[in-house]
Design a protein around this ligand. Structure first.
Ligand SMILES: *Cc1c(COP(=O)(O)O)cnc(C)c1O
Length: 319
């Protein structure tokens, strides 16, 4: 981030570090270029106890998922995961990133003019950009929710488990509906009628001291945060964690409900369809999980250091 501007100095695009203003495409590609796109959402967090370094959370898992997303939509990835790791770490260094940051690799079908976007093995473009995104953990933010009248896309129609850009109209419709009705977020059931997820975030709840979340065949995106929180709930909090089909009424009656994801981090839900959840505030288990997660995200828990890629002190890690 430069002094004068609100955007970072560089974007990585098709093999080069390009100045922000020079990373442009022609207006006629607007609309079509992203029909075939998949992406990743990754976060880097300032680690205050490590000489003002920033650490990228679970970068390897995010890159592995990018590779899977590209494979499923038949886009060729011309970089190895170690190469992409190096490219991203260098981009954050060039942008002099010292604060909480979002990193978004986007792979798309290049040369879409003439409706060639469904050509198999056609040219893929890849860009990686960064933007400032402060964490909202420990700020006390909560949300209200309503079960959406929209259903989550199913694997028979679109692949819910990957970050396929075309999928996001689904969550967007649910979000807009929820906001129009005065709620913060919508909760999507799947076509089988059980709970899938929130737009762009997975859902977890606490009942009888256990942490429960819809399983990966519930039309959810296979969230890396969800996976991390299941590990932390078991290993740090000693909780029983269950993945299974979840009914909407279980959410209404839960002691605690929260959304989780790279963007959502952990965000408590205090009310669903005007049913108060627990005592209407963040519950103690989600608060304990939030505190454990916060330390891990900032690279301050040595037990989970393998999930952190340091940026400014990265030379030794990449070697
Ligand atoms: C990215 C995303 C999530 C959360 O996944 P993370 O890997 O934890 O970021 C959940 N649902 C959807 C639809 C998403 O796009």
């Amino acid at each position: 981030m430069t002094e004068q501007s609100k955007h970072p100095a560089y974007i990585w695009w098709n093999g080069k570090y390009v100045a922000w203003d020079d990373a442009t495409v022609h207006v006629t590609e607007l609309g079509w270029s992203t029909v075939g796109a998949v992406f990743e959402g990754i976060r880097a967090y300032a680690n205050p106890s490590s000489d003002q370094d920033v650490v990228i959370f679970r970068l390897q898992e995010h890159l592995a998922r990018l590779k899977k997303s590209m494979a499923l939509v038949r886009l060729r990835l011309d970089y190895s995961l170690p190469e992409l790791t190096e490219i991203i770490v260098e981009l954050l260094r060039m942008n002099e990133v010292r604060e909480d940051t979002y990193i978004r690799p986007l792979a798309y079908t290049a040369n879409v003019a003439g409706k060639r976007f469904s050509e198999v093995g056609g040219e893929a473009g890849l860009l990686i950009n960064t933007s400032r995104m402060p964490s909202h953990l420990k700020t006390g933010v909560t949300q209200t929710a309503a079960v959406s009248s929209w259903r989550r896309i199913s694997d028979e129609v679109m692949p819910p488990r990957i970050k396929n850009l075309s999928n996001y109209r689904n969550g967007q419709l649910a979000s807009m509906e929820a906001r129009a009705h005065g709620y913060d977020i919508g909760l999507l059931l799947n076509t089988g009628g059980t709970v899938a997820e929130a737009p762009g975030a997975c859902v977890m709840f606490v009942a009888d001291g256990k942490l429960i979340t819809p399983h990966v065949t519930s039309s959810i995106l296979e969230s890396i945060t969800r996976d991390a929180l299941m590990v932390l709930a078991r290993e740090v909090l000693g909780l029983e964690v269950i993945e299974r089909a979840v009914d909407r009424t279980e959410l209404y009656l839960a002691d605690e409900v929260f959304t989780c994801g790279t963007a959502a981090e952990i965000t408590p839900i205090t009310e669903i369809d005007k049913y108060q959840i627990g005592d209407g505030r963040q519950g103690t288990i989600s608060r304990d999980l939030e505190h454990a997660f916060h330390a891990v995200l900032r690279g301050q828990d040595p037990r989970y250091r393998h999930w952190s890629t340091p940026v400014h002190a990265a030379a030794s890690v990449l070697a």
